[in-house]
Write a new protein. Structure first.
Length: 122
């Protein structure tokens, strides 16, 4: 479990959120204390979406985002959401890429994507 949380130099959710967390415990503590606002901006940049779109998807009012930007810190619940998205993004980014070096690996990736496209979950 701790392997998906790594230093910014090694990738993973901590890297996406631009945090220096070298263990699951450090990242958990950062989330509990509230992540810095720049983590929110880093995630929207990584996803290549506007901050407004991201907040609309997660149901965070624009006024709340403005307050967080002013305070330069998210609350623990918002931080947990960001961590969840960053963790999923890091897995989605790493696993298919790692399989594409062989034909059978590429077919496995295609199969999963097709199942997701048609709503078939396994």
């Amino acid at each position: 479990m701790a392997s998906s949380y790594s230093s910014p130099d090694l990738g993973g959710p901590a890297s996406i959120l631009q945090l220096r967390a070298f263990s699951f415990a450090e990242l958990r503590d950062a989330v509990r204390g509230g992540l810095p606002f720049f983590s929110f901006l880093a995630l929207t940049k990584q996803l290549d979406i506007s901050p407004q779109f991201f907040t609309a998807v997660f149901g965070i009012p624009p006024r709340t985002v403005a307050r967080r930007k002013e305070a330069q810190q998210l609350n623990p619940q918002e931080s947990d959401r960001l961590d969840r998205v960053a963790r999923a993004l890091s897995l989605a980014d790493a696993l298919p890429r790692d399989l594409l070096d062989t034909e059978i690996g590429a077919r496995q990736v295609e199969e999963v994507l097709l199942r997701l496209n048609y709503g078939i979950f396994s």
